[in-house]
Write a new protein. Structure first.
Length: 143
């Protein structure tokens, strides 16, 4: 299961622990990535907490016949949080973390990793199109 699948999945009825665990990792990730993308170092307390979350549900390889997969120990909440914390740690350890940008659209808060350094918007189809339409309107509006 991919990290986005975990974020977008709905927990089982009565399992409020999973969304709380995911929200905690999302908060830690946001603070850590914000510091790292500007060349800083994430707060030691945030790094310690991410490490603790990953240790709570360790991953291990499982061989099933000729297929190698990875499994995790822990509750569903611990597993979800650990996968997101692991993805966050991989991003923070990557040299590309300093290339992360915030969308240039005034009403958008999305962060993205641009394929082209000149890219300004998280989505050319959504935010980029709005900006282009606004510029067109400004150029062609009648006074």
């Amino acid at each position: 299961m991919e990290v986005l699948d975990l974020i977008n999945s709905r927990p089982a009825d009565g399992d409020d622990e999973v969304p709380a665990a995911v929200r905690e990792v999302r908060t830690l990730a946001a603070r850590a990535v914000e510091a790292a993308r500007h060349g800083g170092t994430p707060a030691p307390a945030d790094v310690d907490r991410l490490n603790a979350i990953m240790r709570a549900a360790p991953a291990y390889p499982v061989l099933d016949g000729r297929t190698l997969t990875r499994a995790r120990d822990g509750s569903p909440a611990q597993q979800a949080a650990a996968r997101l914390a692991e993805a966050t740690a991989e991003l923070l350890a990557s040299p590309s973390v300093t290339a992360i940008k915030q969308c240039a659209a005034p009403d958008c808060i999305q962060l993205f990793l641009p394929a082209n350094p000149r890219r300004q918007w998280c989505s050319a189809a959504r935010c980029g199109n709005r900006a282009r339409v606004a510029r067109y309107y400004q150029r062609h509006r009648t006074v």
